[in-house]
Design a protein around this ligand. Structure first.
Ligand code: TRP
Length: 336
């Protein structure tokens, strides 16, 4: 039986935080331990370029994200782990898809519409001011990432659902015009429970500047946990775990028994200082070994690069025949 193909990418503009780990990286790695799937995880560095024109940041982020996956237990021999820009086939496919994608479809993309809306709200005459073609056609590049490997399932955050719908549209259109070539992928939305709050209580996200980096040193971790916003109830007063950021984060790293016990402590009026200290200890227990491994890997860039190159080689073996098929379908073939 053909294994189900699961694929997801991370844009290389940031340093992974606790929310990325609990919401995306950890479940993705757990899924690879179940031998029934074929998994593709990649660094979306061409996507990063759309939003970020700071070369150092892209370099640093690519390295940190790769090291994070490896330190978190991803086995590069059991999965396809690569960098988007090492697979030139993706950009070739991007063009074939661009040629069948309606401009009107891209006009409706949330990311583009949001950028236009911001211009309008700022009173700018030209709604397209500062918007690049990269941002406008972003969903096509993302479709190429996915269709290049005929992925069946794509785990992403809620904000990416529309991109997956567009990917299905684009694939269906190509198949309709040129014959059955691409698999239509299904979106898998990360479970609600695993969306962590950040320091200020909103969703942990680099755009809100409220994140706790995953492999920050112990001191910094403790400091950031101390900054997590709570209410001002005194120790001894019962507290509601279900509206508490500390409890949400704790729950993402604790066992069911620990979580149940923590609930009782909230009812009994745990003090915020204690709750913070215990959160730190639990996180640190879970992360200390991986953090050490992360530091080792970060100190060995040649290992990271070699791993990515090996991954790219394997991925290109899969990509090449499908690209050839797609090119032949549109009439780009050797002349005979
Ligand atoms: N756009 C995705 C994000 O910002 C990252 C990404 C790029 C991706 N290509 C992808 C995710 C392909 C899944 C599949 O989160």
């Amino acid at each position: 039986m053909k294994k189900e193909i699961v694929l997801t990418g991370i844009t290389t503009t940031g340093i992974p935080h606790l929310g990325n780990y609990a919401g995306a990286i950890r479940p993705a790695i757990d899924a690879t331990k179940n031998g029934d799937i074929e998994s593709y995880f990649f660094l979306a560095d061409y996507h990063a370029l759309i939003k970020c024109h700071e070369p150092d940041r892209i370099k640093e982020s690519s390295k940190a994200i790769a090291a994070t996956w490896l330190a978190s237990g991803l086995n590069p021999d059991e999965t396809m782990f690569y960098r988007q820009s090492d697979i030139p086939e993706i950009l070739e496919l991007n063009w074939l898809l661009t040629s069948v994608t309606a401009k009107g479809l891209m006009n409706r993309a949330h990311a583009y519409k949001g950028a236009v809306q911001e211009n309008i709200e700022a009173g700018t005459q030209d709604g397209d001011k500062g918007i690049t073609m990269g941002l406008f056609t972003y969903p096509i590049l993302m479709s190429a990432d996915i269709l290049m490997f005929n992925a069946n399932k794509v785990p992403v955050g809620k904000d990416q659902i529309q991109h997956l719908e567009m990917c299905r549209d684009i694939a269906a259109r190509f198949n309709h015009i040129f014959g059955d070539t691409f698999t239509l992928p299904q979106v898998v939305v990360e479970e609600n429970g695993m969306i962590l709050p950040g320091i200020d209580g909103r969703k942990m996200s680099k755009s809100y500047h409220n994140t706790i980096p995953l492999f920050e040193g112990e001191k910094k971790l403790k400091k950031l946990i101390n900054k997590i916003v709570t209410n001002s109830l005194e120790p001894g007063v019962p507290k509601d775990p279900d509206t508490c950021s500390l409890f949400s984060i704790y729950s993402a790293f604790a066992t069911a028994d620990q979580i149940a016990e923590k609930r009782t402590q909230y009812e009994a009026g745990i003090g915020w200082g204690d709750a913070k200290r215990q959160l730190f200890e639990t996180l640190n227990d879970q992360l200390a070994d991986k953090r050490l491994r992360y530091e080792e890997i970060m100190a060995d860039p040649a290992y990271i690069e070699a791993t990515l190159q090996r991954g790219a080689e394997k991925a290109r073996e899969k990509a090449a025949p499908l690209l050839a098929k797609a090119k032949a379908a549109v009439g780009i073939t050797p002349i005979r």
